[in-house]
Write a protein that binds this ligand. Structure first.
Ligand SMILES: [Zn+2]
Length: 112
């Protein structure tokens, strides 16, 4: 783990500094005691674009309203007889990755 950089100009972002580069949560119906959820700060991000609006598997671009960092929010859903499983992924994007996704949105290209 890297040490906190005390030489960084300005304060760390109050919203997304609470988020790791990769966040993961898992929910299983009927086994709620083992469920995890994404950090509260996830709810403060703004949804910028929905790549799969008609799918029950979400694939969305989210942005921090404070510092404009972009995140990819994905869910996976598995129907099982003994209880469905839901997974959530939140990934911090680099500037280059953000540009790739923004270009897709601008060109209205569906991601394959
Ligand atoms: Zn931020």
């Amino acid at each position: 783990m890297a040490e906190p950089d005390t030489h960084m100009p300005g304060k760390p972002c109050p919203i997304c500094s609470q988020l790791k580069d990769e966040e993961y949560a898992f929910q299983k119906f009927g086994r709620e005691e083992n469920n995890t959820s994404l950090p509260i700060a996830t709810n403060l991000l703004t949804k910028v674009h929905d790549f799969h609006p008609l799918s029950n598997r979400k694939f969305q671009l989210h942005q921090c309203p404070q510092c404009a960092s972009c995140f990819l929010y994905r869910t996976d859903y598995e129907y099982l007889v003994n209880g469905s499983e839901d997974e959530e992924f939140l990934t911090r994007l680099t500037t280059e990755q953000t540009e790739v996704y923004l270009n897709h949105i601008l060109l209205n290209n569906p991601l394959s």
